[in-house]
Design a protein around this ligand. Sequence first.
Ligand SMILES: C[S@@+](CC[C@H](N)C(=O)[O-])C[C@H]1O[C@@H](n2cnc3c(N)ncnc32)[C@H](O)[C@@H]1O
Length: 249
Amino acid sequence: MEKPDYGNWMQLKYLYITGVLTIFSLLLSFLYAPIIVLTVLFLGVCIFLSYTRNKLSPSGGDLQSKIQELVLEHLNWDGKGNIIDIGCGNGPLTLKAANKYPDACLTGIDYWGVMWEYSHEICKRNAKIEGVDDRLTFQKASASILPFKDEYFDAAISNLVFHEVKDTMDKRDVIQEALRIVKKGGAFSFQDLFLDKKIYGDIGELLDTIRSWGIENVEFTSTKNSEFIPTALKLPFVIGNIGIIYGTK
Ligand SMILES: C[S@@+](CC[C@H](N)C(=O)[O-])C[C@H]1O[C@@H](n2cnc3c(N)ncnc32)[C@H](O)[C@@H]1O
């Protein structure tokens, strides 16, 4: 039976690059011995990336799927109406939502840029395999300017996308754009690097800013508090800065 392809956030190309750098620096170290320090460094990074990739995959810890689940766990929605997944990748979160909310209509949007191994075609194939393609639409669009009128959706979700939006300097604007298309009283749950102060500033101030947009109920939870995440992955540059902003508009 055909299986859906949801990809892995730790792309193979990064393992190949560090693997090649390890071999290349090892060869150079025969000409100039101190370069062996670099070889050890590259090898360490390559091993850590391989470990992370394995933990994210279904055959390892299935962390990617569990982290996506957290977004839906924090969405306070009855599943009646329409929902958007912003930056859907290959559609894993969109399809989880489709299974959780059998009466909902779903839209997944993504830029599907060359940086990622995701595509519109794979999304459609995954939806067919999961048997939910009749309630789902996938569409190419940027999270910076969503092609929907104000308050169009009953609910909105997103996972690890907002910090990636290159055409918006201030990533708080991406959050505001996502909330623009949610109905008054609608639900939202967005997971991203919200604890990275270089991107979003202080989390308390970020929540205050969101409240100042007229959002009635907004809360935050840190993803690294989840027991299923191994300590090695709780470093700030892996999963340590991730959290979920959720609430109702
Ligand atoms: C880490 S992946 C997450 C994908 C998916 N949400 C998941 O949980 O697997 C980041 C995604 O953001 C998308 N992305 C980056 N910039 C975007 C933009 N401006 N608009 C929409 N999607 C964007 C990428 O194409 C990629 O699919």
